[in-house]
Design a protein around this ligand. Structure first.
Ligand code: PEP
Ligand code: MN
Length: 463
């Protein structure tokens, strides 16, 4: 099969082909320590699933991945800004047209706020179409005296608290692939089919609840409308407004899945992980000599690494050497998630050390994961004020050092959920009882997401 694909050498622009079977080094991760992997219950099901995944069409094209790398290189230099958002954990059941479209609309709205406010191109990226695998701090979960395996994301097991659902079922990897494909199909239709046209900027606000952020967005949309009408009467060509680039990303946690979807690009002969455009390594799996860093060092996709408050400057330099030995613009993104109380103290040393080494990475803030707390009534939550404070701290640090605050990574949804506390129309813990839907970490709701975008736009325009 491999040969057949390689011989046919389709003249398609960078469609990554099947057949990464024996690419040198692609499997060296298998000999290294690896954490956060499932213990599959059935070896035959696992083998069949991996075999099938190694034959299915790629979800993304290598050429698109290269475009993203170039865009991220711009962001690293302060010529663009990355907006990356979506669920903590996508689920198969929530991959519905309504939920996907409201999340995409919300990201488009946030991007408009940022583009207009900061007069800068915004790279739009979803934690979407593949964000199905979760690292967990404990292997088990106990409820009312019953202990079962922890939920590890829909690609591994079900959220429902029963022994059947919590078993690790490798056939779920195939369902994750197909759900990613249908999600991506809808995203591509939305962003390429005319819906994302900037002239529809008001439409994207329709159907969302009226609130302070909603009104502020409407007023900005009116400004944009006026500008568009003005340009229209000047005879401007609006072709460029019709389509929007939108990239897919997820945490590359389940390496058997990522490896099975890795293909050799017919143009360059190099391996691309075709499960998403951008992949990141989580805070719990970023050990230098372990499997995740090794595997991702071998694929051509742009790579992110989450950096928590324990990261040292030397850790950062060693990650750069391993993941970006050629110092290639756009290749490596550091997503810092320090916590509001740490960022001003911990981030400067990291940024200074990396900058002094001459390396140029893209610095992105994840203001969510360092600020997780438990509400008095027992829900995993985040205070919107802490989230905002970490974003402010991120901008302050980069401003003081003269470096580039290049992006925002958030857990958010387009739905009117109650998962994070506070905001302009404040969510309180009582609202969790009715409107807490996340199966993992708490997300910003539609209003909180827009509010965040206005805040970041303000910080960027000051920069
Ligand atoms: C996440 O992004 O959902 C996550 C688990 O993040 P981190 O690795 O930063 O804890
Ligand atoms: Mn999370």
């Amino acid at each position: 099969m491999t040969e057949l694909f390689e011989k046919s050498a389709l003249p398609l622009s960078g469609i990554a082909q099947s057949g990464a079977a024996n690419y040198p080094g692609l499997d060296s991760w298998r000999d290294l320590p690896i954490s956060q992997q499932p213990t599959w219950q059935d070896k035959a099901v696992f083998d069949a699933s991996v075999q099938e995944l190694s034959m299915v069409p790629p979800l993304v094209f290598a050429g698109e991945v290269d475009v993203l790398r170039a865009r991220l290189a711009d962001a690293a230099q302060g010529k663009a800004f990355l907006l990356q958002g979506g669920d903590c954990a996508e689920t198969f059941d929530a991959a519905t047209a309504d939920k996907i479209s409201s999340r995409v609309k919300t990201i488009l709205q946030m991007a408009v706020v940022l583009t207009y406010g900061a007069a800068m191109p915004v790279i739009k990226m979803g934690r979407m179409a593949g964000q199905f695998a979760k690292p967990r701090s404990s292997n088990d979960e106990t409820r009312d005296g019953v202990t079962l395996p922890a939920y590890r994301g829909d690609i591994v097991n079900g959220y429902e608290f029963t022994p059947e659902s919590r078993g690790h079922d490798a056939a779920r990897m195939l369902r994750a692939y197909h759900t990613s494909a249908s999600t991506l199909n809808l995203i591509r239709a939305f962003t390429q089919g005319g819906f994302a046209d900037l002239r529809l900027v008001h439409q994207w606000n329709k159907g969302f609840t009226e609130n302070p952020a909603h009104a502020r967005y409407e007023s900005l949309a009116r400004d944009i409308d006026r500008a568009i009408k003005f340009m229209d009467s000047c005879g401007a060509d609006f072709e460029a407004l019709k389509r929007v680039e939108f990239f897919a990303s997820h945490e590359a946690l389940l390496l058997d899945y990522e490896r099975a979807l890795t293909r050799i690009d017919s143009r360059t002969g190099l391996p691309y992980d075709t499960s998403a455009h951008f992949l990141w390594i989580g805070e719990r799996t970023r050990e230098l000599d372990h499997a995740h860093v090794d595997f991702l060092s071998k694929v051509r996709n742009p790579i992110g690494v989450k950096l928590g408050p324990s990261t040292t400057g030397d850790d950062a330099l060693r990650l750069i050497d391993k993941l970006d030995p050629e110092r290639e613009p756009g290749r490596l993104t550091f997503i810092t998630r320090m916590g509001a109380g740490n960022i001003r103290e911990k981030l400067p040393a990291l940024v200074e050390k990396v900058t002094a080494s001459g390396a140029q990475v893209l610095w992105v803030t994840d203001p969510m994961h360092g600020n997780t707390v438990t509400s008095p009534n027992g829900y995993k939550t985040r205070n919107f004020d802490d989230v905002i404070d970490e974003v402010r701290g991120f901008f302050e640090v980069h401003q003081a050092l003269g470096t580039v605050p290049g992006g925002l990574h958030v857990e958010m949804t387009g739905d009117d959920v109650a998962e994070c506390l506070g905001g302009a129309d404040p969510v309180d813990q009582e609202a969790f009882l009715d409107r807490y839907e996340s199966v993992c970490d708490p997300r910003l709701n539609h209003m909180q997401s827009l509010e965040m975008a206005f805040l970041v736009a303000g910080a960027l325009s000051k920069n």
